[in-house]
Write a protein that binds this ligand. Structure first.
Ligand SMILES: C[S@@+](CC[C@H](N)C(=O)[O-])C[C@H]1O[C@@H](n2cnc3c(N)ncnc32)[C@H](O)[C@@H]1O
Length: 275
């Protein structure tokens, strides 16, 4: 598989208008910050949604096999009482639906009492085709779905197509490259998320340290990070060890037939002073 290429943004110089100029003179547009204040919920859609969800969730029997009806560049799922159509392509990793995303959606649907997303501010890292962000939106969250710039077009398409007129909050899409300009684009003083969701963001790529740094940046006191991943390479295990050292973690679920594990992480409790 082709490795994801991540821009090198070293030597960027801020400009008066908020843009950036690289040392070679190349101009880069400033990233538009997502909204940080939760809007009022879309009242009418909420009623329709909750009625549909109650019926469908009760019908859901098989825990780890969501209904995938059809596949040919377009995948159809049923989560949170809704049919979800996802447009895929073979262009990049972010244009496919990965098993961690399907597992996390199923987990969120089945564990709504434990992880109540309703009215919560949710950030997804490496959202790809947007399935997890769509399901979180359908479950009542106010979602910001993020990924690399070249992924955002299809992500926006899938999100709009599957949430318009159906969700309590309209989800938003934002560019976020792991480890890059986090304080500039998501200042700590104004952005705080109740949940950070990550599905299959760990595989054979060269940004694992930047990913962990980004997880740590957004996972603050009061934040719950949920990470679902299929284990593939020895480096995945090394990441898992680093992840477990960086946070207070719980293994929430294992799906052996898919080799997928779902972890919960919160900030490490401060060590109590020695007596
Ligand atoms: C394997 S795909 C998983 C996509 C989606 N979460 C899913 O499970 O279907 C990994 C995602 O991480 C994104 N990604 C990879 N490297 C990244 C980076 N350095 N910064 C931000 N996103 C990145 C990719 O664009 C892609 O959408």
């Amino acid at each position: 598989m082709e490795a994801i290429k991540v821009r090198s943004d070293m030597n960027l110089i801020p400009e008066m208008n908020g843009g950036m100029v690289a040392a070679n003179g190349e101009r880069r547009k400033a990233i538009k910050r997502p909204d940080h204040i939760k809007p009022l919920p879309n009242k009418e859609e909420e009623v329709q949604d909750s009625e549909a969800m109650v019926g469908e969730t009760q019908k859901s029997q098989n825990v780890w096999k969501p209904n995938v009806f059809y596949s040919q560049g377009m995948e159809m799922f049923c989560f949170a009482g809704r049919e979800i159509n996802i447009r895929e392509s073979l262009d990049s990793f972010g244009a496919l639906i990965w098993p961690g995303a399907v597992a996390l959606c199923q987990y969120l649907e089945n564990n709504q009492e434990r992880f109540d997303l309703r009215d919560k501010a949710v950030l997804e890292l490496g959202a790809g085709t947007g399935l997890v962000s769509i399901v979180a939106s359908l479950l009542g969250a106010w979602v910001t779905a993020t990924d690399l710039p070249n992924i955002l077009h299809n992500l926006t398409f899938n999100l709009h197509r599957n949430t318009r007129g159906r969700c309590r909050y309209t989800p938003q899409v934002a560019e976020l490259t792991w480890g890059l300009e986090l304080e500039e684009n998501f200042p700590r003083s104004i952005y705080h998320y109740d949940y950070v969701l990550c599905a299959d963001v760990v595989y054979h790529h060269s940004c694992l340290n930047e990913l962990l740094l980004t997880m740590r940046y957004f996972c603050r006191p009061g934040t719950t990070l949920l990470w679902a991943n299929k284990v593939r390479f020895p480096t995945d295990l090394q990441f898992t060890e680093n992840f477990q050292n960086a946070f207070s973690t719980t293994l929430l679920a294992e799906i052996p037939q898919e080799d997928v594990k779902i972890y919960q992480a919160t900030v490490l409790a401060p060590k109590s002073p020695k007596p």
